[in-house]
Write a protein that binds this ligand. Structure first.
Ligand code: SF4
Length: 237
């Protein structure tokens, strides 16, 4: 694809091309075809049991619309250098573990930050890796509906950190609106089905209690969520 871009850059020097009764400037086409890149923070190989089934490579991307009180990713973002990478570059980089992916049913997990900010990237990556790699995302679902819809066509598994289902707790901890996450979760259930969704429900020190978490679990089960994981945020002093 790098080569395509070079070709397009070269083509911008040429005259507009006639296409029937509409005239498209070739430079406009180049803009349309411009490859969507991924803002890479880090790559972590050979993970087991932490980011979905099998052996996985975690690819962390920058950016998140939420502002969670105990976010470690923001710290990473401040310290790390973000590289903008193409799907081809990333595919080459992670494909050294293809044998592990294929033999364990694993693949690549996109995390962050918020992985669904980069939904437009996954179609190009899927074309390169094919259907045998398992692609997962770690998400808070605090993104526009169109991002969820786009990803549902490419991603095998959604690992959702719901924070807490109580709107006040959610807002106090993240600064965001629980209604957006909830609406996207309902949509995803409808579009992808419960088997492709894991919802992680954290205990967040100082923000929710065991009782709050039980209430969240109950609500999620009533919605039709079947795969739930409970975990505790561990806060470094
Ligand atoms: S959703 Fe994750 S990345 Fe975003 S602010 Fe919260 S902890 Fe950080």
């Amino acid at each position: 694809m790098g080569q395509d871009l070079n070709n397009n850059n070269h083509m911008t020097m040429e005259k507009p091309e006639e296409t029937g009764d509409e005239t498209l400037r070739i430079s406009d086409r180049a803009a349309e075809n411009k490859e969507i890149c991924f803002p890479l923070l880090s790559i972590s190989r050979l993970r087991m049991g932490t980011d979905g089934r099998g052996i996985t490579t975690l690819v962390a991307g920058a950016g998140c619309p939420l502002d969670c009180r105990f976010c470690i990713n923001k710290e990473m973002l401040e310290r790390g250098r973000v590289r903008s990478v193409t799907s081809e570059w990333l595919y080459e980089e992670v494909s050294c573990d293809e044998l592990y992916f294929l033999s364990t049913g694993g693949g690549v997990t996109f995390g962050g930050g918020e992985a669904l900010l980069h939904s437009a990237f996954y179609g190009a990556f899927r074309k390169l890796c094919g259907s045998s790699w398992r692609l997962s995302v770690e998400t808070s679902l605090a993104v526009p509906r169109s991002n969820v819809e786009m990803a549902a066509d490419q991603i095998d598994e959604f690992i959702v950190d719901c924070k807490d289902m109580d709107p006040d707790i959610y807002n106090e901890y993240t600064g965001g609106e629980a209604a957006l996450m909830l609406g996207n979760l309902r949509f995803l259930l409808e579009k992808a089905g419960a088997e492709r969704i894991i919802v992680r429900v954290p205990l967040i020190p100082g923000y929710n209690t065991e009782k709050d978490r039980e209430r969240s679990v109950k609500l999620l089960k009533e919605m039709g969520i079947k795969r739930l994981e409970l975990f505790d945020y561990v806060i470094k002093q």
